[in-house]
Write a protein that binds this ligand. Structure first.
Ligand code: NAP
Length: 307
């Protein structure tokens, strides 16, 4: 029951209306019988600093931060942890009311690593392809470097962003980062790639309308060329809606090990929950919430026009 003692954790971002984080975090809260609620708040960037300081002053337990505020919140926290300092992105804040301190964390990186560890990916000396160079790609590339992969090929439509990542992560491991100007430049090396990672929203739109008629071309929904055989690879799609993108469908059909965006979504959420509460959600709890999230995503897909 909500009382004067109830603590608050907030998700901030824009948009957050259809975020699955409230479903996941309130499930954890209920499961572990905590006197806490988790709510989502959507506002414009000009109000971010005031909202952040308000949450701190009001004694919120913490925050989750989503797009597009992860970098701005990194600049607002008093104590960013080592990972968030390097990738300049905070997705979890813990407020220490007594000392009036805000601590910043990035659990996306830990979630990314554990999602691949769960599938027994062999990191060392592997060759990886990262598509995208936004916040998610930056965290993933940092994770790959820390796990001592050998080569990281990066493709992004805006190439400058890859240069920025290389500049910021140049001291983070011995792995070599290569820039691809065109995804097809990898055609003759694709057999040697162990992991393909989609860090763009390509695939969120299925490219079909409700009658099944095609509305977008293949290259507008697929991050990789159709000619590539993905059979012997690990293929990780950060997109979680739909839960199985066209990229993952192709990869699965060809025999690849696939890692879904939903795995990362739940894993990073579990790490955030641990930061605020000290409780690590157990395996049974993780499986149960994954099932609930999948049902929720399917319902969203069936009511596509509303979302
Ligand atoms: P971001 O910082 O905005 O970066 C977006 C990236 O996607 C950029 O590299 C951008 O290229 C590229 N991109 C956007 N639209 C594109 C298009 N139509 N064609 C080709 N490239 C396009 O976003 P982010 O935080 O990195 O997130 C990227 C994706 O990962 C999103 O779909 C997000 O929902 C998902 N994600 C999922 C999880 C999870 O828990 N599963 C966690 C984080 C992110 P330019 O640089 O050229 O603009």
């Amino acid at each position: 029951m909500i009382s004067a003692e109830t603590k608050l954790i907030a998700l901030i971002g824009n948009p957050v209306r259809h975020s699955l984080s409230p479903l996941i975090q309130n499930y954890f809260i209920k499961k572990y019988l905590l006197d806490v609620v988790y709510l989502a708040f959507e506002f414009e960037e000009e109000d971010l600093e005031e909202a952040f300081n308000g949450a701190k002053k009001l004694g919120f337990l913490g925050l989750n931060v989503t797009m597009p505020y992860k970098n701005a919140v990194f600049k607002l926290v008093d104590r960013p942890d080592d990972v968030s300092k390097i990738i300049k992105s905070v997705n979890t804040v813990k407020f220490d009311k007594e000392n009036k301190i805000s601590e910043g964390y990035n659990t996306d990186v830990k979630g990314f690593i554990s999602s691949l560890d769960e599938k027994s990916f062999k990191w060392k000396q592997s060759s990886c392809l990262v598509i995208g160079a936004g916040g998610a790609a930056r965290g993933a590339i940092y994770g790959l470097l820390k796990k001592e992969v050998k080569d990281i090929w990066v493709y992004n439509r805006t190439v400058e962003k890859i240069h920025n990542i290389i500049k910021d992560l140049k001291n983070e491991g011995s792995g070599r980062i290569h820039i691809l100007n065109n995804i097809n430049d990898l055609d003759d090396k694709i057999d040697g790639i162990d992991l393909i990672l989609n860090c763009t929203p390509l695939g969120m739109d299925t490219g079909e309308d409700t009658t099944g008629a095609r509305t977008l071309s293949y290259k507008d929904i697929m991050p990789v060329p159709d000619s590539w055989n993905l059979g012997d690879k690990f293929v990780f799609d950060m997109v979680y809606k739909p839960s199985e993108t066209l990229l993952l469908k192709k990869a699965k059909k060809e025999g690849a090990v696939i890692i879904k965006g939903i795995d990362l979504l739940i894993s990073q959420a579990a790490y955030s929950f641990e930061i605020w509460t000290g409780i690590t959600p157990d395996a049974e709890c993780i499986e149960e919430i994954k099932r609930k999230v999948l049902i929720n995503i399917e319902n969203m897909e069936n009511n596509e026009l509303k979302y």
